[in-house]
Every structure is written in C-alpha cells, then in structure tokens.
Ligand binder design. Structure first.
Ligand SMILES: C[S@@+](CC[C@H](N)C(=O)[O-])C[C@H]1O[C@@H](n2cnc3c(N)ncnc32)[C@H](O)[C@@H]1O
Length: 547
C-alpha cells in the first residue's frame, strides 16, 4: 500500500497521547481529575448518568483524502468519515474563515479504557492547505477543540439540565450544537484553570435533538449575558421595592386584571404592565391569563406569616442608598451608612419612629429562623429567658408562646422597646421590657440568654465588650444562645457571604465563621458547646461560662 503523507509528526504524537489517556483512565478517574470538587456521591451519580465515552482532538492533515489509509498505516483503524458541524462552525467563527472554505471531518477508532470498557478516540480532522496553517499552529498551541466526553445514554431534558447544573457548578458552559448528520446534541463546558490540558474541555454527548436545553446552554455560555444579569441586580431590588410601595402584592391577591390593578395602585396601566412583566422574569408573579403572585411573591404581601414586605422597602430604601457608597466602605473599612446619612444606623433610626418601626418589622422577615429555634431548643429546664437586644420582640414572643411556664425579659434601646411592647402584649403578665445598653449591663437572674443577630452588627472589640457584659450579668448555670449566620469555612454557598457585605456597609459589622465566634466567646469566658443549623442559613450557637 502506498500512503500519501498528509499528517505532521506532532499530530501523530498528540494522537498517541490522547489514546494513552483513554487506556490509563476510566470514568471515575476522569471525573476526579476534571472536577476535583465533586463529592463521591456526585461522582457516582455523574458516572451513572454520563459515563466516560471518548477523548477528542483536532488534527491538521493537508487534505482529508487518504487520511483513513494513513492512520491505518500507523495502526489507527477508523470507521467512515462523518462531516463535522459543530467544530467546523466554531472554527469558522473563531478565525473568520467562511464555512464553505473549511472542510472538517470526524473519524473514530475504538480504544479500551483502564476499566476494560469500550471507548472511542474521536479524531477531528481539518483539511489544512498552507493558507490555513495559522489555524493549525494556534489550535495545536491552545487545544481549544480537544475534549473528553461523557455520553448520556438515556438523555431527556430533565436529566440533561440536572447534569448541566452539576457540571456548571465546576466548569463554565462553552456552547454546543446539534449534528444533524449523526442526530446528536453536544454541550461543551470549559475550565481554563484546569492544570491538565486534557481535562480543560468537557463534552456532554447525547443522542437526539434537545433544542431548548441547547438554547439555554448557549445563552449561558455567553459570559456577557451572565454578567449583565449580575449588573442589573439592583434593578431587581428596586422593581420589588416599587411593587411593595404600590402594594401590588396585596392587590394581586384580590385581582389578576391589569386595569383593576392599575386603578387599585394608582399607577399608569402600561407602565404597571411592564413592571409586572419584569417581576414575572424574577419569579415574583406569573404572567399567564392575567397576573398572579407566585409562592415567592406571596411573601411580599403584608400581614402574612414570614412577610418580607418591610424588608423589601428597607433594602430598596435606606440600605439601597448606603449600598450605593459600598466602594467607600471597602476603601476605608468603615460603614457607608454613616457617611450617607450622617449617623450610625441605630441612632439615625431612633430619630425617626416610622423608620425605626420599618426596620424592626423588616427584622421579622427572618421569622422562619426563629420558628425553627423554638421547635428545636428545649426550654423545659428554664424559668426565665433574657433576650438581650431583642428588637421588636418577635423571637421572645415565640419562645414565650411555645413555653407557657416561662417568663421573659427583653432589653433593648428605648425606641425598640416601644415597638416590642405591641408584639409582646399577649404575654404582658410574664414579660418585662427594659430599656438598656448591652455595653453596660444585662438583666440578671436569667437561665437562658438570647443574643440574636446582635454580634454581626459590631467589630470584634465591641463583640468582646457585649459578651463580657453578658458573662458578668449571667448566673453561673445560665446558657447563652447566639443566633447568627455563619460564614462557611469552605466555599459552600451561604447567605452569610452577601450579608457580610451588607453588615460592612450598613453597620460596620461582619459575619463570622464558627471558629471566629468560638474565639470571641473564649475571650469573654465562654465555652461554645454546640452549633446547630436553623432556617435561612442561620445557626444557633449554645455556650456556657467556662468554670
Ligand atoms: C439587628 S437587631 C436584632 C434584633 C433582634 N435580636 C432580632 O434578632 O430580630 C440589633 C438590635 O440591637 C439593638 N441595639 C443596638 N445597640 C444597642 C445597645 N447599645 N444596647 C442594647 N441594644 C442595642 C438594636 O436596637 C436592635 O434592636
């Protein structure tokens, strides 16, 4: 057999490396190398839904004619060549070469993986006349079309979206396409930080056409789209706050008709329709035949359990303005609230009863945290519970309601006491409200002391002062319950991460890790005994005075 030499030596070497990668690996090792942060359970699930199927690389013969013979001569037996659709169009876009001037084919050869499974080495071949040699040089250097593939044997949109979510948490979506010649859909992902070049690009391969999944994947692949979504986060805050200001969620509970909603809210009908459409994309309302609140949007109604309407006004109002000066807070390490409003937020709100009331009502938006605390903490041994800086009394009223033999004391600044009196009216016979300052003293004689969402308002020095004051005022047997969000010690997602910035901006405080709180408690003479999770990423930290 005479064979025309069309292949460069370096492409032959690259073929050898790609084949070795298959022979020396299996699904488990490929997933572990490509996505090291997958847990063992996630790895097993991925392996089940999408086992390793092939590696692919792009080579650059001068012509595609005779390529199969030449590969065979080198011991690589391939099946018939199939035209490439996805890689060809990506190359065309990347290098600005018209599609009809690019010839790209796909060849496949079977290779057994390290676990004895039949896999494939997929060879993309681009016919490379001298005028396209620059593409070869660039692609060999960057290997942008090389990938390893996981095949999804039983693909459906639900499975594919689940796989996409799991992979997207580790690798960025990187386009995809449908190859009509083969009837297969491919979704690509990339990780430019992956140290091993062979694992920088992943292909999820499935039989069938999944145009909706593909469209979502391609949209997500455009980093600009994602960034625009983030950049307009403030618009979402304002749209929700505007809806609450117009009492739209309350009116939506009564009517779904735009005209009636416009009348009820006193808004311009067309503009209200546009706001509702945006709220629809945010998942707050459903726009079908008229407008209805979603479950999420229902939380924006007033007067319902867990209402977040006051919080929406707070975040769209005063805290929105202080967030506008975040750069200054980051630059100086000092709260921007005081710069914008001329005073720290507690004294500033104290001067304005309506604002103080809005703040205390907004704190009640985290009721779910308190509900869980009351369900899970046993107060049976306690006779008196002291809520230090108890705010509007939401937590204490729940604790007292669930424990009829318990008495309570709430201490806070005078303006908070006024708000708490109303909340605690039902328990007036067994509840005392005391204005006070936690840097000076706390009420004596309690069995349990609550310090809920107080420490995160302050820097470490102030936290030590507050905790030391508590330690001095608490009887030896008393227990301290701290309720806070905890910054994760790993990169696990948590609401505490954005709230940490909120604390910086608005009070000059911070969220902390468990070990940070443990150290602060130790400084004040406490031992942290247990840490239990609550709703909304909250935690209850139970501590006692060290003996
Ligand atoms: C973030 S709020 C938490 C309120 C309540 N514990 C809760 O979890 O809803 C912080 C509270 O600390 C109170 N506070 C601020 N400075 C205080 C001080 N020096 N002495 C007592 N309470 C204070 C505020 O009035 C406010 O009610």
């Amino acid at each position: 057999m005479t064979t025309t030499i069309t292949l460069a030596v370096e492409d032959l070497d690259r073929l050898g490396v790609a084949r070795d990668l298959i022979c020396t690996n299996d699904t488990e090792s490929v997933l572990a190398a490509a996505m090291p942060t997958l847990t063992a359970a996630e790895r097993a699930a991925l392996a089940w839904h999408a086992p390793f199927s092939h590696t692919a690389l792009l080579i650059f013969p001068r012509t595609l004619d005779g390529l199969r013979d030449e590969l065979s001569w080198h011991g690589i037996e391939t099946g018939p060549m199939v035209p490439s659709v996805v890689v060809r169009s990506r190359l065309s876009r990347r290098y600005g070469v018209p599609l009809d001037e690019l010839e790209v084919g796909i060849l496949r050869t079977p290779v057994t993986d390290g676990a004895g499974r039949e896999c494939v080495l997929e060879i993309f071949a681009m016919a490379t006349p001298p005028e396209l040699e620059h593409i070869a040089a660039d692609e060999r250097l960057h290997g942008r079309e090389n990938h390893f593939a996981l095949a999804v044997p039983n693909a459906d949109p639900i499975v594919l979206n689940g796989l996409r979510a799991a992979i997207t948490a580790r690798m960025r979506p990187d386009g995809g396409g449908y190859n009509g010649h083969e009837g297969s859909t491919v979704l690509y992902f990339r990780d430019v930080h992956q140290s091993c070049a062979a694992y920088r690009r992943l292909e999820l391969l499935c039989t069938g056409e999944f145009s909706d999944v593909l469209a979502a994947h391609e949209r997500q692949s455009e980093p600009g789209t994602e960034l625009l979504g983030l950049l307009t986060g403030a618009w979402a805050t304002q749209a929700i706050a505007a809806a609450v200001e117009l009492r739209l969620p309350d009116h939506l509970a009564a009517t779904s008709d735009l005209g009636e909603l416009a009348l009820a809210t006193g808004a311009d009908e067309e503009s209200l329709g546009r706001l509702l459409r945006y709220l629809g994309t945010l998942g707050v309302v459903r726009c079908a035949d008229g407008f209805v609140l979603t479950e999420l949007g229902t939380l924006l109604r007033t007067g319902i359990e867990g209402s977040m309407s006051a919080l929406a006004l707070m975040y769209g109002g005063p805290f929105y303005r202080s967030f506008g000066a975040l750069t200054e807070a980051v630059r100086t390490g000092e709260e921007s609230f005081a710069k914008v409003f001329g005073a720290h937020h507690f004294p500033y709100f104290a001067e304005d009863p309506a604002l103080a009331s809005l703040f205390h009502r907004s704190m009640a938006a985290s009721n779910a945290m308190f509900a869980e605390l009351v369900r899970t903490v046993d107060f049976a041994e306690a006779r008196l519970v002291v809520d230090v800086a108890g705010g509007n009394g939401e937590l204490l009223s729940r604790v007292l309601a669930a424990n009829p033999s318990l008495s309570g004391v709430l201490m806070d600044r005078p303006e908070a006491i006024a708000v708490a009196e109303e909340k605690l009216a039902d328990h007036a016979t067994r509840c005392l409200l005391i204005p006070g300052d936690f840097t000076v003293d706390v009420p004596r004689g309690g069995d349990v002391y609550l310090l809920s969402r107080v420490l995160h308002d302050w820097d470490d020095a102030m936290c030590r002062t507050i905790l030391t004051t508590c330690a001095l005022g608490m009887p030896p047997h008393a227990e301290l319950l701290i309720i806070e969000r905890l910054l994760p010690e790993t990169d696990a997602p948590s609401l505490s991460v954005p709230w940490d910035i909120h604390m910086l901006c608005n009070v000059g405080g911070r969220e902390r890790t468990e070990s940070h709180y443990r150290a602060l408690l130790a400084d004040a003479g406490f031992v942290l005994e247990t840490v239990r999770p609550l709703a909304l990423d909250g935690y209850v930290l139970r501590a006692r005075k060290s003996v």
